[in-house]
Ligand binder design. Structure first.
Ligand code: KIV
Length: 267
């Protein structure tokens, strides 16, 4: 294993040293190679794959096979990256044995380094079992997109003192269960700060303020590939959607005007 390859200990060390952890979602070999070359610390094959790449309306339909297929591609594109497999809806909720088998497949069949699960206290037994079996777990609390049918909406969590206290309980439970890190999704920045200070494991924020120990963003939001709106938690660093359309219009014009292929493209 290369000396500087990120692993679960790197996460803890970064927090101890006050160095931020950079994570993005990633779904294919090409962007995995680009993310790794850009120095991103960890690639999350998020179940957002369902919406960003596969065209589903939410994350629920994603299957284990689809998630494994894309994780293998990410691993091929970035052989030395730290890759996290986001467990699809219903791959871990129906029982711990099935969850263990599915998480094991992520490591054995797709080359993931760790798995991520959505949930807090209610998952502490499962998290311990996975970790005791040798599977590193990143937890995920706050807004839980896999609960969209029971919550009815994607809403900010932890706005009241009671709700913030519940998040703290969740955070402490997943830490005690052995999670090496925890995603904090969409909570007020002061709650993100409070949780980050309370835990010894690093927090990875998305929409949870600058005090989290690291940040994760959806690649398509960062690159301007999702154009309907920019989520409040995201910042666009490129306008690839526009660039792609411009390039394809130029290609179509060239074909129609007989400017492509040119002599240099012909044999
Ligand atoms: O699937 C995903 O993209 C995620 C991140 C938003 C954390 O879970």
């Amino acid at each position: 294993m290369p000396e500087n390859r990120v692993n679960v200990r790197t996460f803890r060390k970064r927090k101890e040293q006050g160095e931020k952890i950079v994570m993005v979602t990633c779904y294919d070999a090409t962007t995995a190679a680009a993310c790794h070359a850009a120095g991103v610390d960890a690639l999350l094959v998020g179940d957002s794959l369902a919406m960003t790449v596969l065209g589903y309306r939410n994350t629920l339909p994603l299957t284990m096979e689809e998630a494994l297929h894309h994780t293998r591609a990410v691993r091929r594109g970035a052989p030395d990256a730290f890759v996290i497999f986001d467990m699809p809806f219903m791959s871990y909720q129906a029982g711990d044995d099935e969850a263990l088998r599915n998480a094991g497949r992520a490591l054995k069949e797709a080359g993931a380094d760790a798995v991520k699960l959505e949930g807090g206290r209610e998952l502490d037994g499962l998290i311990s079992r996975l970790v005791d079996s040798g599977i590193p777990v990143m937890a995920h609390i706050g807004l839980l997109p896999q609960r969209i049918q029971t919550s009815g909406t994607y809403r900010i969590t932890g706005r009241t003192p009671e709700a913030a206290a519940k998040l703290l309980e969740d955070a402490r439970a997943v830490e005690a269960a052995g999670a090496f890190s925890v995603v904090l999704e969409c909570m007020p920045a002061d709650v993100g700060k409070m949780l980050s200070e309370a835990l010894t494991i690093p927090t990875i924020g998305i929409g949870s303020g600058v005090h989290c120990d690291g940040q994760v963003q959806v690649l398509n939001d960062l690159l301007g590939l999702f154009e309907e709106f920019t989520p409040k938690h995201a910042r666009r660093y490129a306008e690839l959607g526009k660039l792609i359309r411009q390039a394809l219009r130029a290609y179509a014009d060239d074909v129609r005007n007989r400017n492509f292929p040119g002599p240099e493209n012909s044999f």
